[in-house]
Structures are given as structure tokens and as C-alpha cells.
Design a protein around this ligand. Structure first.
Ligand code: HBI
Ligand code: FE
Length: 286
């Protein structure tokens, strides 16, 4: 099985793709995780959960509590029993990054690809490629939220269309600034729902507590905005409710947007346009 060219990490991919099926799924092989791996998971989970209690969105915390996965690397089959009953989603184990066409295809069928390997001790604080901790602690809890679950499937379906229109980079920005680095402020202050924030000790605090540039959620603005993959984000986008994601996506007519903007130079991350006001607690600045 050839290894997919990863969209995000310069280094060669590290998962074992030899046993991957045609859709890039593999067995999780939960029995193969060593006590040392489960111990590392417990330490990662304990540290991150303490930060998540203060800085993650309530929907994320509710999902973390329902999966209750602090005692060791979770068995995806057990997680799926809860997940299928709640929102019809199921986790599929993958060796790591998989080609866009397969990734979108899984999301369109309410299947979330979760990397099966856990980071090394030397990567405790940061790694470029998503591992099982990033995916399960960062992404999976929100799959229990019905509105987010609907959005993510709609995103998967939109991805298949974006590929046909050669506009994948624009749609990938939506994933990046919401599913990976999204912020929500339902009135009680800015909290993180994006997995890249929820699973990161440093950026979770930075995104919610620093004077970072935060802008109101705007799908077209996001599709025109560049991003960096190996540093803290230079800007974040804030929704007021989870419904904004699905509402913002289902009403978009991507065809004309792609036609107009596909070849445009992206807006550099961190730039604020003349017509824009940063997000302030309680809504966009006056
Ligand atoms: N594969 N396993 C995995 N996890 C991802 O988050 C992922 C991927 N392939 C492609 C991809 N993300 C991005 O290109 C998304 O924007 C689609
Ligand atoms: Fe991710």
C-alpha cells in the first residue's frame, strides 16, 4: 500500500500502511498497546483534562466525561457503542494521515478516522502528525454533539464536491479554522472546540487567554485565509453556537465561490481587513 503524500508533515509518514485496506482502515489491535503506552496515555489525559476543564467548550467536556477514557488508550469498539447510539458516528482505525479522497469519504459516511499509534515520550508536548491522543481526546468527544456531528458529515460531503472542482485547499481551510482550531463564545468567554487546541497544552491556553487575533466566524473569509501547520495560529475564528457551523455550511453555494476565489492569493494569517473588527468577549468589537 503506497503511503499517501501527507498534506501537513514534511517528514515521511510513520504509520504502518502495509496492512491498510482499500479505504486505508486497519485493525486498532487494542491488545497490542503496552502498559508503557497506556501509562503515557494516562499522563497525557490527566494533564490535558485539567486544562480542558478551564479552556475547552462545554460540549467538549461533556463528551470527554461520557467517554471517560482517562484510565488508558480507549478501545474504539467500546467507544463506538456509545457513539453509534448517540449520533450514528463510528471510529475507524487508520495508520496515520490518509489521502483526502478517503478522508472525506469516511466523514461523508459518519466514520471518523483515528490514528492507531501513540506518540513517543520525546513527543509528549508536541508532534506534527495526529496520533491517537490528538484524534481521540481532541476530535472524538465532539462527535457526541448532534449539531457538530451533522456539520462534520456535511463537511465530508462538501469535500467530495470540492475535489471535483479542484478547490480542496479552500475547503481544507474550513476544517483547519473550525474542526482543528475553532473557538466558541456562547456568552461565558472564549472556549476552544477545535481538536488542535483541545489536545495541545500550550495552544489551548494561548488561543483562549492571550491577545491573539480572534475574528467572527465567516466561511468565505476562512476559505480565503492561509494557515501555518507547525506554529501557533496567527488568527482564530469564533462561533457563538455549534449550530453556526452547520448553518454556515449548508447555505453556501460553493461553486461560484470556488470560481471567484480558487486562484486568488490567500489572505495571510494574522491580517485584519479594514472592514473587520476583532471578536471581543460577548461579540465582535463595536
Ligand atoms: N488523514 N488520518 C487523517 N487525519 C486527518 O486529520 C486528515 C487526513 N487526511 C487529510 C486531512 N486530514 C486534511 O487534508 C483535511 O483538511 C481533509
Ligand atoms: Fe486533527
Amino acid at each position: 500500500m503506497e503511503r499517501p503524500a501527507s498534506a501537513r508533515s514534511a517528514s515521511a509518514l510513520r504509520g504502518d500502511y502495509a496492512l491498510a485496506r482499500g479505504d486505508y482502515t486497519v485493525e486498532q489491535d487494542w491488545g497490542a498497546y503496552t502498559p508503557a503506552k497506556h501509562d503515557r496515555w494516562r499522563r497525557l489525559h490527566a494533564r490535558q483534562h485539567r486544562l480542558a476543564e478551564r479552556h475547552a467548550a462545554p460540549q467538549v467536556l461533556a463528551g470527554l466525561d461520557r467517554f471517560d477514557s482517562g484510565s488508558g488508550i480507549p478501545d474504539f469498539a467500546q467507544a463506538n457503542a456509545l457513539l453509534r447510539a448517540a449520533t450514528g458516528w463510528a471510529l475507524v482505525a487508520v495508520p496515520g494521515f490518509i489521502p483526502d479522497v478517503h478522508f472525506f469519504g469516511h466523514l461523508a459516511r459518519r466514520q471518523f478516522p483515528v490514528t492507531r499509534w501513540l506518540r513517543e515520550e520525546s513527543e509528549f508536548d508536541y508532534l506534527v502528525e495526529p496520533d491517537v491522543f490528538h484524534d481521540f481526546f481532541g476530535h472524538v468527544p465532539l462527535l457526541l454533539d448532534p449539531s457538530f456531528a451533522d456539520f462534520l458529515q456535511a463537511y465530508g460531503k462538501a469535500g467530495e464536491r470540492a475535489m471535483a472542482l479542484d478547490a480542496l485547499p479552500m475547503l481544507a481551510r474550513i476544517y483547519w479554522y473550525t474542526v482543528e482550531f475553532g473557538l466558541i463564545d456562547a456568552g461565558g468567554g472564549v472556549k476552544a472546540y477545535g481538536a488542535g487546541l483541545v489536545s495541545s497544552p500550550g495552544e489551548l491556553v494561548h488561543a483562549t487567554m492571550s491577545d491573539a487575533l480572534r475574528l467572527p466566524f465567516d466561511p468565505l473569509r476562512i476559505m480565503r485565509t492561509d494557515y501555518a501547520i507547525d506554529a501557533f495560529q496567527k488568527c482564530y475564528f469564533v462561533i457563538g453556537s455549534m449550530d453556526e457551523l452547520i448553518d454556515g455550511l449548508v447555505d453556501l453555494d460553493f461553486g461560484p465561490i470556488y470560481e471567484e476565489w480558487r486562484g486568488a492569493v490567500p489572505i495571510p494569517a494574522g491580517v485584519i481587513l479594514d472592514s473587520e473588527r476583532p471578536w471581543r468577549a460577548g461579540g465582535p468589537a463595536p
